[in-house]
Design a protein around this ligand. Structure first.
Ligand code: ADP
Length: 512
């Protein structure tokens, strides 16, 4: 029987999964790798280690398939966005992969954003100008590593690196290109003013291809090493963010995907890109004529994890003793506090924030603490504050696209019905949650089936997705949350300048 392999090259691991044509998982393997922090603002990964993870997980999956009756029609890819690797003429990396979380180019981002071309670059590339983007990283590299910058023959992302090593060619799909800040999302070509700001020409970037582009001449001996047929099609695929939209079942109008994993995002699919005067949201190309419009937040599950690590010794110990999950125990405490946490409001910006405020200096605040507040109030306020952050993104997305009718939830937080209910109530919209989704790998597999003609259009991807259940909003709780949210939004406006002053004071080094 036929199947399709999706390879999801993520930040913490590569997950390789074979799905049957109905979307059922038949074999899977994953391999983790570390993030390197050579300097406080640097976040890097070793591209060779990631390539090894891709090769080894593929091999484990094909070995598994050989034991059963499935044979793969093809292999399709999902890649993390915003990474940058400088490559020399011989195809050797001159740098590590500089990943999305790296903020070394903060000053360059500010400079380009406020330059006369800044707003035009945002509108044409669809990417908010931020240190995460290869645009700003290149401008930094030009000044701080002039030798590497000069010697670099190509500047690529991690998924392009894998294709270069497997096929000896440099190809980049429209959606990964969209996340560079260098790509003209309307004309599907590199964007001249952005290239000028980065100090490069288009020859130093890969060939642009649609996500359905197929390559099939694996470098010598590789097919055998991977346990694959010689000319098996490899589909270039797309970015993890855009593919997750496909697997969240949120391609149709009125549907949004909402994720809280380590970070978070709200996204919709649209036929035209956003034109946001305030530069709050991104518009990435998924396929020609389909844009994924949305905003990412830093302050997702990582904030909850911080609370667990710093303030939840009792729950952590109880969980270890009883074999339960400390998050579940923390959430149980929060359930006894009413919606709105009795007026305790939390700004979750421990790591600065991306959408919608794009302010690296923003920090966390508990506001309105009174003598009656208990630790349970802090837990509830923290969970509500993360959702308020996403709600502010949702409002900006709606303003730039169309009304959202239903939210498709994903990420680690979706394990908690209580948290899903907060989302439904804050947004005042139904939330749908699938029992289990391997989101980006499934999105890659679906894109693979579209490329190979097994699926005829994106709407058909729905038949591969698991069933979902719905959580309804409560109008009364929404009214309470709306009052807290109004204060949440106005607080940030009042504190903005003080956050900038605060950033000049010494701060503890980030945990690694
Ligand atoms: P990643 O972004 O690395 O893929 P996940 O999607 O697994 O991560 O999400 C991890 C986050 O999900 C954790 O930081 C935590 O905040 C949240 N989380 C994990 N388990 C639970 C749970 N049982 N209930 C609520 N939230 C949870």
């Amino acid at each position: 029987m036929n199947c399709i392999i999706g390879v999801d090259i993520g930040t913490t691991s590569t997950k390789t999964i074979a799905f049957d044509l109905g979307g059922q998982v038949i074999a899977k393997a994953d391999a983790k790798y570390p993030i390197l922090y050579p300097e406080p603002t640097y976040c890097e990964q070793d591209p060779e280690e990631i390539l090894r993870a891709v090769v080894s997980t593929l091999r484990r999956v094909t070995d598994e398939l050989k034991k059963g009756s499935h044979s793969p029609l093809g292999v399709s890819f999902s890649g993390a966005m915003h990474s940058l690797i400088a490559m020399d003429e011989q195809g050797k990396p001159l740098t590590n992969s500089i990943i999305w979380a790296d903020t070394r180019s903060k000053e360059y981002a500010t400079r380009i954003k406020h330059s006369p071309e800044g707003h035009t670059i945002y509108l044409r590339t669809g990417t908010p100008i931020h240190p995460m983007t290869p645009l700003c990283k290149l401008a930094w590299l030009r000044d701080h590593s002039p030798d590497v910058f000069r010697r670099a023959h190509k500047f690529i992302s991690i998924k392009e690196y894998v294709f270069r090593k497997l096929f000896n060619q440099y190809v980049v799909d429209y959606s990964i290109a969209s996340a560079t800040g260098l790509f003209d999302i309307r004309h599907l070509r590199w964007c001249e003013p952005a290239l000028a700001a980065a100090g490069i020409t288009a020859e130093r970037l890969s060939e642009l291809v649609p996500p359905t582009h197929v390559v099939s001449d694996l470098a010598d001996g590789l097919a055998e090493a991977l346990g694959l047929e010689d000319r098996i099609p490899f589909v270039v695929g797309a970015s993890d963010g855009c593919l997750a939209q496909l697997s969240a079942n949120a391609i149709r109008p009125g549907r949004a995907s909402l994720t809280i994993g380590t970070s978070g995002a709200v996204r919709v699919a649209a036929s035209v890109p956003a034109q946001d005067a305030h530069e709050r949201v991104f518009s990435y190309v998924l396929t020609e004529g389909t844009y994924v419009v949305g905003g990412p937040i830093n302050s997702g599950g990582v904030v909850f994890r911080w609370f667990r690590d710093q303030f939840a010794a009792p729950e952590t110990e109880e969980a270890a003793r009883t074999g339960t999950d400390p998050y579940d125990l923390l959430i149980q405490k929060a359930t006894v506090v009413p919606a709105g946490a009795d007026g305790l409001i939390f700004l979750p910006y421990l790591l600065g924030e991306r959408a919608p405020i794009w302010d690296a200096d923003a920090r966390g605040v508990f506001f309105g603490v009174s003598i009656g507040h208990t630790r349970a109030h802090f837990i509830r306020a923290l969970m509500e504050g993360i959702v308020f952050g996403l709600y502010s993104v949702g409002l900006a997305v709606e303003e730039n696209t169309a009304k959202i009718d239903v939210l498709y939830a994903g990420g680690g937080f979706a394990r908690s019905d209580f948290w899903l209910q907060i989302v439904a109530d804050v947004f005042n919209k139904p939330v749908r949650v699938a029992e289990s989704v391997e989101s980006s790998a499934l999105g890659a597999a679906a894109m693979g089936l579209l490329a190979l003609g097994v699926l005829k259009e994106m709407g058909q991807v729905e038949q591969m997705l698991p069933a979902s259940r719905e959580i309804a909003p409560d109008a009364g709780r929404h009214a309470t949350y709306r009052k807290n949210y109004d204060l949440f939004a106005s607080l940030y406006g009042k504190l903005k300048e003080d956050f900038a002053k605060l950033s000049e004071l010494a701060a503890p080094a980030p945990r690694q």
